[in-house]
Design a protein around this ligand. Structure first.
Ligand SMILES: NC(=O)c1ccc[n+]([C@@H]2O[C@H](COP(=O)([O-])OP(=O)(O)OC[C@H]3O[C@@H](n4cnc5c(N)ncnc54)[C@H](O)[C@@H]3O)[C@@H](O)[C@H]2O)c1
Length: 363
């Protein structure tokens, strides 16, 4: 199965059938990246809810929703949506607002598309799994990194004849882990919870389930380096590079196969070093390889007003919504951003919360 989907995008108004949807949350991220993505999805927004009615009304006008609400229960009852989008934030105690909202949306009979984090604990994920199964409705977490065209391409390389199996992987992402004494406190762990979903999603998408892990922690910045072993037998490192410059490219992913490797830098630049022999040691006068062994390099052009060079696409925001709307319309299950995958990421979160540095633990 190819994970990299080369599809023709349709504009919202071109779809014959659009899914009746409501949206909870009229915040900053939703404004920048989620409402605008609906321009390319088969979605008809009937209602928008925010605790701040002024924002809900302005968003409704701007993004073409029929009505604005402050009470999501009233909206669900009045609008009876088939799909609910949740882009909210955190309760004062650090729990995730969207977890409870998802339970309410499921109870009303709707499918749910939610931003990460799905929840702040394994128990909460399990509650969502039970509610989703009972309602017969899907809950998808928008794990956007798994929809980057570059990361999808890495996934497709794994297992391909030229690349072979995944043997090792490393992911670098800037994030600080608080000291041991603060890790029981969800408020102090909020930033870590908010971000672990991103590298966690990449590791799961490319490597599968993690079997065991151990990490080292640096006290000045909270940086960590974690060594991982996957159930598949592959090994990896997760380098949470707190302390890097704010002007730096954010992240880097490298996968190594059987005589080949590939690197994604800055989300949108991919280099695939295809299988090649080392030129004869001590004798070769040129590093140029035959064309069929040469590296392949992908990067979007930034000249044309295309979709693929717009962050709504290369950061996965439109594709992560289409993954769920496709599934709803075709009556098939989602395979990405599932609650099972969110549960695997949650296990990684709990590992950092509960394990001392230097100790290898089964997840
Ligand atoms: N994937 C990404 O690239 C990415 C980037 C940024 C943020 N996010 C995620 O998006 C979410 C929102 O982040 P943000 O920075 O926009 O937050 P925000 O605080 O700006 O927005 C949250 C909004 O939700 C509303 N809200 C909360 N509870 C509500 C309720 N019960 N009913 C109605 N409205 C309610 C708030 O009033 C607020 O307007 C977070 O989960 C964050 O992790 C994801």
């Amino acid at each position: 199965m190819s994970h990299h989907v080369q599809r023709e995008i349709r504009y919202n108004f071109e779809f014959d059938h659009r899914i009746r949807a409501c949206f909870i949350g009229a915040g900053g991220h939703a404004y920048r990246n989620v409402y605008p993505a609906l321009r390319y999805a088969p979605v008809e927004l009937s209602g928008i809810c925010d605790l701040d009615i002024g924002r809900a009304e302005k968003f409704a006008k701007l993004f073409g929703a029929g009505k604005a609400y402050t009470d999501h229960r009233e909206m669900l009852e009045q609008e009876k949506p088939e799909l609910v989008f949740l882009v909210t934030a955190y309760h004062p105690d650090g729990r995730v607002q969207a977890t409870d909202l998802a339970l309410d949306a499921l109870a009303s009979g709707a499918h749910v598309w939610m931003e990460k984090p799905t929840a702040a604990s394994l128990e909460d994920i399990e509650r969502l799994q039970a509610a989703s199964a009972a309602a017969g409705r899907m809950v998808m977490t928008g794990l956007k990194k798994t929809f980057f065209p570059t990361i999808e391409k890495l996934r497709d390389l794994i297992g391909s004849p030229g690349f072979g199996r995944l043997t090792s992987i490393n992911v670098r992402y800037p994030q600080s882990l608080p000291g041991q004494e603060d890790r029981a406190d969800l408020v102090k762990m909020q930033s870590f919870l908010d971000h672990i979903y991103h590298p966690g999603a990449i590791l799961h998408f490319l490597g599968g389930e993690i079997e065991r892990a151990g990490y080292e922690w640096e006290a000045l910045t909270g940086a960590t380096i974690t060594s991982l072993r996957f159930h598949s037998g592959a090994i990896g490192t997760l380098h949470l590079a707190a302390g890097q410059s704010g002007s730096s490219i954010f992240e880097r992913v490298e996968i190594i196969g059987e005589g080949a490797n590939a690197i994604v830098e800055n989300g949108s630049r991919l280099t695939y070093f295809r299988k090649a022999d080392l030129p004869s040691y001590g004798r070769a006068a040129s590093f140029i390889q035959p064309d069929e062994n040469a590296a392949l390099f992908y990067e979007p052009e930034h000249s044309l007003g295309q979709l693929y060079n717009n962050n709504l696409f290369y950061l996965g925001y439109v594709p992560e919504i289409l993954h769920l709307t496709d599934a709803i319309l075709s009556g098939t299950p989602i395979s990405r951003g599932t609650l099972e995958i969110a549960r695997e990421i949650m296990k990684l979160f709990e590992f950092y919360r509960r394990t001392d540095a230097g100790v290898t633990t089964n997840l």
